[in-house]
Design a protein. Structure first.
Length: 345
């Protein structure tokens, strides 16, 4: 297998750990993430002053010569599948997809095929560069199987590295639309008593907690206030439905991007998503609020009513600011059309 060699000198006052020092000083055009660099160190592909170094915690001083041997991209073990894709944008470096509900993003033991990655391998073919050392699409963020909407995927190592940096820095613009039970309101004394919940000007609900995998149910995330990973969600009410209002169409945006973040945060606030099977998306609606056929339509909605509607970021190669919007999918749009006559002023 062929290799390419990347050589450079560490700059002044490098970080104490080798992996961090390499991530800081590796040439931008090499497009090697810290995760990739750590793997290369472990593989014995990194030399410091002509000596192989396999310890990512090793110390290397300013001016040390670094040589990294990077294997050319190998073929992916994941099989391409001819699955139609709703492509919103595509160039040599990235592709933006409007993912349908029901499609898994990446193959896993329970979903070995029929995924977005399988479809992208067929769609992109030889246009894929060696993302992470393998010819495959670079997944820098995901949305749940039953969530619809926008995803950006890297086609080159440079794009993968650049996009990953933006997601890590929380500079990517992401807006979601969801239908929830109840109507979040700053005047609701119950909601004012929910730990981690507060309201900003404009009746914007802000939820700030830690999130971690549930101790007993590994399919769920749990809200914590010690340990776990920091998570911040903001949400505003777009429309209210029912008399009195019992449902709300919300616009949510993420400061962080954790697994199930919007779903678990809205449930924590007492406003779970309609149709959410994991976080309690089935509730009885007051008979007087909605006519029985409408209440039954809400009850019958068979996935979390969540759609990734807006995605904006800086193109990692051209430097242009780009922004995309995807309309609501048919199932959510149809349900909202049924509810429209009950929309509150």
């Amino acid at each position: 297998m062929s290799h390419r060699r990347i050589s450079f000198l560490l700059g002044e006052t490098p970080p104490a750990r080798l992996d961090k020092a390499l991530a800081r000083d590796v040439p931008e055009e090499a497009a090697l993430s810290r995760t990739r660099l750590a793997k290369l160190i472990d593989q014995g592909a990194v030399m410091v002053d002509q000596q192989v170094q396999r310890d990512p915690r090793a110390v290397a001083g300013a001016g040390a010569r670094i040589d990294i041997d990077v294997e050319e991209a190998a073929e992916s073990h994941i099989l391409p599948e001819d699955i139609p894709l709703d492509v919103i944008f595509e160039d040599d470096d990235l592709i933006v997809i409007n993912k349908p509900a029901g499609m898994v993003v990446h193959p896993a033991p329970g979903s070995p095929s029929g995924t977005l990655v399988n479809a992208l391998l067929a769609h992109c073919g030889d246009d894929l560069s060696g993302v992470g050392g393998m010819k495959r699409p670079g997944i820098v963020h995901r949305i749940d199987k039953e969530t619809s909407g926008l995803l950006v995927v890297a086609k080159s190592d440079t794009a993968h590295h650049g996009l990953a940096k933006q997601f890590e820095a929380h500079t990517v613009e992401r807006y979601y639309r969801c239908l929830v039970y109840g109507v979040p309101d700053a005047n609701d004394p119950r909601l004012r008593g929910v730990k981690g919940a507060n309201f900003e000007s404009g009746n914007i609900l802000k939820l700030t907690t830690q999130l971690a995998r549930h101790k007993t149910d590994r399919q769920r995330q749990a809200v914590l206030f010690h340990g776990g990973r920091h998570a911040v969600t903001r949400a505003r009410t777009v429309a209210r439905f029912g008399t009195p209002p019992v449902l709300a169409l919300m616009e949510c945006w993420l400061e962080t991007g954790r697994t199930h973040q919007i779903r678990v945060h809205m449930a924590h606030a007492g406003h779970g998503l309609v149709g959410d099977p994991t976080y309690g998306g089935k509730r009885k609606l007051a008979r007087a609020a909605l006519a029985e056929p409408l209440a039954e339509a809400v009850k019958a909605f068979d996935r979390q009513a969540l759609h990734a509607a807006v995605l904006g970021f800086v193109h990692p190669v051209t430097g242009d600011s780009i922004r995309f919007e995807a309309p609501l999918p048919a199932d959510m749009a149809d349900l909202l059309a049924l509810l429209e006559p009950t929309r509150a002023a």
